[in-house]
Design a protein around this ligand. Structure first.
Ligand SMILES: CC(=O)SCCNC(=O)CCNC(=O)[C@H](O)C(C)(C)COP(=O)(O)OP(=O)(O)OC[C@H]1O[C@@H](n2cnc3c(N)ncnc32)[C@H](O)[C@@H]1OP(=O)(O)O
Ligand SMILES: CC(=O)C(=O)O
Length: 538
C-alpha cells in the first residue's frame, strides 16, 4: 500500500521563542536551524522578520539547505493595501522560501482584537497570500483560533480557510491557539473542513498543550485527514507549549497504526538520532533534559522494579513498547531498594563486573544497598558511587589515600567599607604513602572551599586529578526540618568528557558533600587506571 506523506513543520524558533524564559540569539538560531535541517524536517520556521532585530538579522539570508525556510508574520492590516503595509513588505523582503501568515479565523477576534469587519479580514487574508505568491514564496496561513472560531461561527471560520485556499495558499493550518480543544472535537472539525472542500493534503494542525493533549490532537488531525503537523522540539512553546515533535516523530515512525499508512522524511537512520537531537537542543537551551520524556528521556527505557528486570533480561519485549535503540536511547536496569538479583547482576555486568547469582557476596551487596537506601542514599542516580561500593564489597579497590580529617569554617564579617562579607575556609589532611598533606583553601561557600582544599595537594596523584571538574551539585533534604538528613549528589567530569555521579548522605550537609567529593576523586583515580568506569552497552 502506498503511504501518504506527512510534512513536519518545526516552529521551535518562532512559537518556541514565545516560551517564557527562552530567548534565542542569532547564534542560537543558527545552531538550532542547522540541527533541524540536518535532522530532516520539511519546514523550519525561523521567526518573525521585522518584529525584532534578532529575527530580522536571522532572515538576512536563507538558513537551511534542505528544509524549506519559513518566515512568519501577520496578514496585512485592514484599511491599507498589501503594497503599502510596512510589516508585510519586511516579511516579503526576508530571505525565505515560504511565508506563513497568522490570520484571525474567529469572528469574535476579528471584532475585538483587529477592530475591523469580517470582510476586511477576509480581504487581508486574500491579499497577503497573493502578495507572497507574487514574491515567489510558498504561502501558508495559520488560521489562529480555528477550532474555537469554528465552534462559535463555523461559516466564518470556513470562509477564512477557504479564502486562503482559493488565493493559492499551499497549506491552511488549523490552530488550536488557546489549547483547550479535545481530540474528538479536532477529529470532527477537521472532517467538516474537508467535507467543505479543502483537501486534507492542504491542511495542517498547530496544537498547544494546555490540556496535555497537543500530541493527541495532532494525531487526531492526521487521522481525520491533515497532512502537515506543526510543533516544536521537546514541546517548548507559548504557555504550556506546543505539540512535541520529538514524541510525534517516535509515534508516527514506530506505531504501526500510523507507520503503515503514513511516511515522513524521517527514515530509520534519522530516527536513531532522535534522542541526541532532543538532548542537543536541551544542551543549547542550557536545560536539564526531562528524564521522563517519551522515547528519548533517560527513564524512557529504565526499570527499577525487580520483577520487570528479571523478565526484561529474559526478553526485552516483555516490558518495552519499542526497541530503545530505534530512537537512539538505551535500556537501563537500575539498582535500588526496588530491585532484585537480576537488576544487580545486570548493572554490574554493564560495569564489567561478573558475579554469579549464587555468590553470597552478591547477597551482601544487595543488603548493603537496601540498608543504605533506607538511610537516605539513592544509587540509581549515582552510578560511580554504586560501582565503588560494589567493587569494595565484591573484591578490592586500591587504597590510594586516607583522610585524617577536615575542618570547615564560615565567618560573617564586615569589610573596611562596612559591607557584609561571608568567608568560607576549609582545611583538609590527607595521608598518601604514610605522608600527611595538609591543605587550606578559601571558596565561594563551604563546599567549594572544601573541594578546593581536598584537591589542592594529593601528593603523587595531584597531576591525575588536575582535569577533574564538578559539573553539577544537587542537595536534597530528606524528612524535612533543620535536623533532617541531607543527600548530596555530585556530577563530575574530566577532559575525556565522561560524566559520573556520586552520592553522600549525612545529618551534616558538609559531611555529605565530602563523601560525594571523595567518591568522585577515587572514581577518577580508578578510571585513570582503567579499573572502573567501563560501561558496556546492554
Ligand atoms: C498565536 C500566535 O502565536 S501569533 C504570533 C504572536 N507572536 C508575536 O506577537 C511575536 C512578535 N510580535 C511583535 O513583536 C509585535 O506584536 C509586532 C512587531 C508584530 C507588532 O507590534 P505593534 O505594531 O507594536 O503591535 P502590537 O503588538 O501592540 O499589537 C498587534 C497588532 O497587530 C494586529 N494584528 C494581530 N493579528 C493580526 C493579523 N493576523 N492580521 C493583521 N493584523 C493583526 C492587532 O490588531 C494589533 O493592532 P493595533 O496595534 O492596531 O491594535
Ligand atoms: C499561530 C499560532 O502560533 C497559534 O495560533 O497558536
Amino acid at each position: 500500500m502506498t503511504r501518504e506523506r506527512i510534512y513536519l513543520f518545526d516552529t521551535t524558533l518562532r512559537d518556541g521563542q514565545q516560551t517564557p524564559g527562552v530567548d534565542f540569539s542569532v547564534e542560537d538560531k543558527i545552531a538550532i536551524s542547522n540541527l533541524l535541517d540536518e535532522f530532516g524536517f520539511d519546514y523550519v520556521e525561523g521567526g518573525y522578520p521585522g518584529a525584532n532585530p534578532t529575527d530580522t538579522a536571522f532572515f538576512s539570508r536563507k538558513r537551511t539547505e534542505r528544509a524549506s525556510f519559513v518566515a512568519f508574520g501577520m496578514t496585512k492590516r485592514a484599511g491599507i493595501s498589501a503594497s503599502n503595509d510596512p510589516g508585510l513588505s519586511t516579511l516579503l523582503q526576508a530571505q525565505s522560501d515560504a511565508v506563513c501568515f497568522v490570520a484571525k479565523s474567529w469572528d469574535y477576534h476579528v471584532r475585538v482584537a483587529l477592530g475591523c469587519s469580517n470582510d476586511e479580514n477576509l480581504e487581508s487574508i486574500r491579499d497577503s497570500v497573493q502578495a507572497a505568491r507574487g514574491a515567489s514564496r510558498e504561502a501558508m496561513v495559520d488560521c489562529e483560533h480555528f477550532f474555537d472560531g469554528y465552534k462559535a461561527n463555523p461559516d466564518y471560520a470556513l470562509a477564512c480557510a477557504r479564502t486562503a485556499y482559493d488565493a493559492g495558499a499551499r497549506w491552511i493550518v488549523l490552530c488550536d491557539t488557546n489549547g483547550g480543544t479535545q481530540p474528538h472535537e479536532v477529529r470532527e472539525i477537521v472532517a467538516a473542513v474537508i467535507a467543505a472542500g479543502i483537501p486534507g493534503t492542504a491542511l495542517g494542525i498547530h496544537a498547544h498543550d494546555d490540556t496535555g493533549q497537543a500530541v493527541a490532537n495532532s494525531l487526531a488531525a492526521i487521522e481525520a485527514g491533515c497532512r502537515q503537523i506543526q510543533g516544536t522540539l521537546n514541546g517548548i512553546g507559548e504557555r504550556c507549549g506546543n505539540a512535541n515533535l520529538v514524541t510525534l516523530i517516535g509515534t508516527l515512525c514506530l506505531k504501526d497504526v500510523y507507520a503503515s499508512r503514513f511516511e515522513t522524511a524521517i527514515d530509520p537512520e534519522r530516527l536513531s538520532r532522535l534522542s541526541s537531537l532532543s538532548h542537543a537542543f536541551d544542551e543549547l537551551l542550557n536545560r536539564s533534559p526531562n528524564h521522563q520524556a517519551p522515547y528519548v528521556g533517560a527513564s524512557a527505557f529504565a526499570t527499577k522494579a525487580g520483577i520487570h528486570a528479571s523478565a526484561l533480561l529474559k526478553d526485552p519485549k516483555t516490558y518495552e513498547h519499542v526497541a530503545p535503540e530505534s530512537v537512539g536511547n538505551f535500556r537501563k536496569v537500575m539498582v535500588s531498594d526496588q530491585g532484585g538479583k537480576s537488576n544487580f547482576i545486570n548493572a554490574l555486568k554493564r560495569r564489567g563486573i561478573e558475579v554469579a547469582k549464587d555468590d553470597p557476596k552478591l547477597d551482601t551487596l544487595i543488603s548493603i544497598v537496601k540498608e543504605r537506601e533506607a538511610s537516605g542514599y539513592a544509587y540509581e542516580g549515582a552510578d560511580a558511587s554504586f560501582e565503588l561500593l560494589a567493587r569494595r564489597t565484591l573484591g578490592t579497590i586500591p587504597e590510594f589515600f586516607s583522610i585524617e580529617g577536615f575542618r570547615v569554617m564560615i565567618e560573617r564579617r564586615f569589610d573596611s567599607l562596612g559591607r557584609i562579607k561571608i568567608v568560607s575556609e576549609a582545611v583538609v589532611k590527607i595521608v598518601v604513602d604514610g605522608e600527611t598533606h595538609m591543605s587550606v583553601a578559601e571558596g565561594d561557600g563551604p563546599v567549594n572551599a572544601l573541594d578546593k582544599a581536598l584537591r589542592k595537594d594529593f601528593g603523587k596523584y595531584q597531576h591525575e586529578i588536575d582535569d577533574l571538574m564538578l559539573a553539577d551539585f544537587k542537595v536534597r533534604i530528606l524528612n524535612g526540618g533543620t535536623e533532617a538528613i541531607t543527600r548530596v549528589l555530585i556530577e563530575s567530569t574530566d577532559s575525556s568528557g565522561v560524566r559520573w555521579w556520586t552520592v553522600g548522605v549525612s545529618e551534616n550537609i558538609i559531611d555529605a558533600s565530602f563523601q560525594a567529593l571523595m567518591d568522585s576523586v577515587i572514581y577518577k583515580l580508578m578510571k585513570n587506571r582503567e579499573l572502573a568506569g567501563k560501561i558496556a552497552a546492554e
